[in-house]
Ligand binder design. Sequence first.
Ligand SMILES: Nc1ncnc2c1ncn2[C@@H]1O[C@H](COP(=O)(O)OP(=O)(O)OP(=O)(O)O)[C@@H](O)[C@H]1O
Ligand SMILES: [Mg+2]
Length: 241
Amino acid sequence: MLVVLEAKNLTKRYGEVTAVDNVSLTVEKGALFGLLGPNGSGKTTMIKMLTGQTRPDSGSAAVLGLDVVQDPVGARGQVGIIPEQETPPSFLTAMEYLEFVAAVRKIPDIETKADWWFDFLDFADKKNVLCKDLSRGTRQKLMFTQAFIHEPALALIDEPLINFDPIMQDLVKDYLAGYVKKGKTIFISTHILEVAEEICSGFAILHKGKLLHAGPVAELTSRNEHLPSFFLSLVRKDRHV
Ligand SMILES: Nc1ncnc2c1ncn2[C@@H]1O[C@H](COP(=O)(O)OP(=O)(O)OP(=O)(O)O)[C@@H](O)[C@H]1O
Ligand SMILES: [Mg+2]
């Protein structure tokens, strides 16, 4: 199998805090890989390092064969990214923002592609509204759109479901499951363990920056275990170490 994401001994410190502590991971093409962990466990820091937004203190990582430390711009150019809690620029309309993304990413036929997304995520009525006047969930729809509109081979998405209503969560969940069936790969951080169990093929659990577990979801289900209870018992046990 082809490896599309590889982290080797990644470490990131912020002063006294070791946000990510010597983490190694590999993700194969076609996987929907869930990065799980309690608040402050290092998920966002991990995604920032994997997308060249922050440099590790030590270790290395490659996405789609591109070294994210040596060539962060090249690596960022190839993937789709939803950063945590990010919103589109307040002074652009939804459509202008997508035109801006299309110019940077050299995406052809942006009008047609954007219309498909406005329709799919049910926000066509907001196409020409300034982003500052969009609801939080609608801004998230736009962030979701910009990450996938160029159909990247690999998308790294940090808590993409958090602001969505149940209908939208369901729609997006199905979209992600279908996306990897086309041979694309998704690396998702989420606190919604039921969704992770349903759609992820593999997962990792971080706690206090350290990797507690990494493996296929099927390994749990084959022994009649559920991801949420597995997560809770592993993290609770580790809290008392
Ligand atoms: N820019 C920063 N400066 C200082 N400390 C930081 C910075 N970014 C993250 N940290 C610290 O690193 C640790 C990991 O944070 P991170 O945001 O990666 O966690 P997370 O798993 O994404 O949490 P959450 O589930 O709350 O989003 C935390 O202790 C956090 O306070
Ligand atoms: Mg986070």
